[in-house]
Write a protein that binds this ligand. Sequence first.
Ligand SMILES: Cc1cc2nc3c(=O)[nH]c(=O)nc-3n(C[C@H](O)[C@H](O)[C@H](O)COP(=O)(O)OP(=O)(O)OC[C@H]3O[C@@H](n4cnc5c(N)ncnc54)[C@H](O)[C@@H]3O)c2cc1C
Length: 486
Amino acid sequence: MKHKSIWKLAKRHKKRASRIAKETDVLIIGGGIAGMMTAYLLKDSGLKVALIDKGEIGNGVTSCSTGKLTYLQGNYRNIATTQSKEDAKLYLHSQREAIRLAKHIIKKENIDCNFEEVDSYLFSSNKSDEKELKKEAELLEYFGIPFLWMQDDDFILPATLAFKVEDTAVFHPVKFVKGIAAKCSNVEIIEYVTAKEITKHEDVFFVKTDHNLWKTKELIVTTHYPFFLFPGTIPFRTHLERSYLIASEVEETLPECGISVGKETLSYRFHKDDKNYLLFASESHKMTNHIDYEKRYDEMEEKFKAYFPYKMEYEWMTHDVVTDDSIPYIGMLKDHLFIATGFNKWGMTNGILAGKVISDLLLEGSSPYQKLLNPKRRQKLSTLLSKRSLSYLELSTLYVRTTLIKNHFFYRNAYVINENGTPYGIYIDEKGIEHKVYNKCPHMHCNLIFNSNDKTWDCPCHGSRFTVDGDLLQGPSTTSIKIKDK
Ligand SMILES: Cc1cc2nc3c(=O)[nH]c(=O)nc-3n(C[C@H](O)[C@H](O)[C@H](O)COP(=O)(O)OP(=O)(O)OC[C@H]3O[C@@H](n4cnc5c(N)ncnc54)[C@H](O)[C@@H]3O)c2cc1C
């Protein structure tokens, strides 16, 4: 089995980035679906637009998603509780608008990204979750969205109850991002440049990167998770959830995708290309709750084998930023500084929406969704008490767990030692060679844990990832954990 996402394309050669300081009207940091959509929608604005990415565009979390474009996300009852029914309705409209926009752009630009209109199913995988499913159905009815209840024998997973909606789709997320990038000839796109620091003097932002300095009037941060704490204090208002995925070659595909409600998340879709695939995701958990990733992979494989007779070809894991009220943070964080994060595992639609909302705010001065998505919005006290306090408790437990255990072993080939109060992570490779790194995440100093499937050191608090030699793979950290950098 290959330990990588089915969407990841072969890496291109790095182009050497310029060391010369640059000036632009709009700088976008991060070329995932959110950043690239924003660039696409600003490309003909008459403004000088540039986009930088730490790696190759489209190769971040976007390249690890399931690639569904759906408004049937099983989260309307959360929004109705944490905010209001009207907010849930507006959120639904935003998701439908994002799907329509994606369809329109794909057609207009003739983007080859395996876009296929399919039905979306929501289902309960056991009797006790049926009540939750019915609540989602009641809300859809209230919103005036047509849906159809299904017989359980019509369904590919063992569902006790299910319903479906139309006007949803699936696509290849990386081909989509690369496709729109190819249409942005008047946007300067620079890859393999990491933004490290932002300062502002007299209405101008200065962005220090590992190569050069950028000067810009408008700054848009679409790095999945912001790499700064202030403004916004996003780490204190979100948590990360990790999920595990499998792709398996199949002969036939079905024009449908689905997700379960309730505690156990099961999700699937089909993908039609030169070969056909079934994608299956399960084992969603808060990053802080489990440090034994291997066990989660085993559990997902067991489930897959129980449900499907196919050979597993690819497996990978990824995480997304989850907000307390199930609504993303998209919009202006401070004068001329925009962000898009907290997509709650629905960043295909919300990344497209982010492009629309941010470009509308910049060009028109308003968006119908700006209040709903406002990154500075306050949470209800009840939400703060129930969700935030639990998150802090989990984070503290994790910190104690990964600090107090001396010489913590991670699946035979990696362990953590403490030398004179400094923690080091050591990985022994197949040839017996030792790879030693500093074992604290430079972002907010959480202890790192070893991910034996991907052979990476991962931060369970905010999701930064590093190679066994300490090179930075994924932020919010902007520096490596190589010992010489200590
Ligand atoms: C298991 C799973 C399945 C999912 N399936 C779906 C789905 O079916 N449908 C759906 O709608 N959503 C889905 N999602 C959610 C979706 O994948 C994400 O929300 C979305 O891809 C996030 O896009 P992004 O542009 O914010 O981030 P990214 O794609 O990660 O892009 C951010 C970019 O910023 C760059 N970057 C980071 N830091 C810096 C820096 N300091 N300097 C320069 N560049 C930087 C990175 O290199 C990266 O390219 C899923 C999520 C998970 C976890």
